[in-house]
Every structure is written in structure tokens, then in C-alpha cells.
Design a protein around this ligand. Sequence first.
Ligand SMILES: Cc1cc2nc3c(=O)[nH]c(=O)nc-3n(C[C@H](O)[C@H](O)[C@H](O)COP(=O)(O)O)c2cc1C
Length: 161
Amino acid sequence: MKNLIVYYSLEGNTEYVAERIKEGIGADVLRLFPKKAYHDKGFAKFFWGGKSAVMAEKPELEAYEVDLSGYDRVIFGFPVWASNFTPPLRTFIEDNKAGLKGREYAAFACQSGAGAEKALAKLAKALDVESFEHTAILIDPKAKHSESTDAQIDEFIERLR
Ligand SMILES: Cc1cc2nc3c(=O)[nH]c(=O)nc-3n(C[C@H](O)[C@H](O)[C@H](O)COP(=O)(O)O)c2cc1C
């Protein structure tokens, strides 16, 4: 099965998981970058990122090349923002509606506390599916790195195989 990981990461936690999955199952990776980068420090980080997520914005993305027809499954990864998935994924889904049709989906979410279940449900809705067969929820897997989070990622990789 050919897998593509599509993810956004502001502070490296989602990137950490995406790289582990890439190694674990031999997936290709597409990291999304908004043209106008989000603030990554202090109050501005939470204010502008939170507002963007709540408003369900679709920020313009840096150019990327992908042929989705070459993949059986797309694995989405994102940090939870205000109990929602991050806006760059919303842009990606909107821009690739036709290419995403017929793919299987899986998803993982990074968070520091709560909201991932809601965010995953919103992502499923945006993709027009009931739910995901495989999901994982990780608590700041890089910033609060621990053996138990790594074990959780390994278990997710095992399920994706
Ligand atoms: C704007 C903003 C909103 C956030 N909202 C939530 C939230 O609702 N629930 C939560 O548990 N963590 C929240 N977080 C924390 C991140 O989801 C968490 O630290 C995640 O691991 C960061 O992933 P990244 O390093 O890939 O960006 C928020 C972070 C930011 C910047």
C-alpha cells in the first residue's frame, strides 16, 4: 500500500511523528507551509493561530507538487488548535477535492491537553467521511518526549502496516 503523509507543524511535534511514521512504513511526506507563516511565540501565537482555526480559515499555501492518484492512503497530521485541525490542512483538502476521492484516510493529532477528538471529527467531516479507521492522539510528542509517547507512535505505525 502506497502512503502519503500530509501534515502541518508549527513547533515540530507533528513533524516528529510524521518522520517516525515515514521511517516506519516507508511513506512519502508532504509538509504544508502557509505563505504567511503563523506566529510561533507568545500571545500572538495563540491569538492569531486560535482565531484562524476558529474562523476555519483557508490560508494560501506555498507551492507544492503532488499526484494523489499515486497513493492508496493519505495520512493527515496536525497540531490541535482551539479543538480544531489546523487551517493549512483545510486549504489542502479544498484544493485537492478531486484527487482525494477514492483514497483511504488515517489521521494523527498532536495536542498539549484536550480537543483532539473534536478536531479529528471535524477533519473527517471536511473529508466527507464518517470517521477514520486509524487515528492516534499524542501529547506534545517532541516537547514532552517520553518512552510512552514513542510506544504510542510505534503502535500507530503497527496498525498502519
Ligand atoms: C494557536 C494554538 C492553539 C492550540 N490549541 C490547543 C487546544 O485546543 N488543545 C490542546 O490540547 N492544545 C492546543 N495547542 C497546543 C498544540 O496543539 C500542541 O502543543 C501541539 O503538540 C503542537 O504541535 P506542533 O509542534 O506540530 O505545532 C494549541 C497551540 C496553538 C499554537
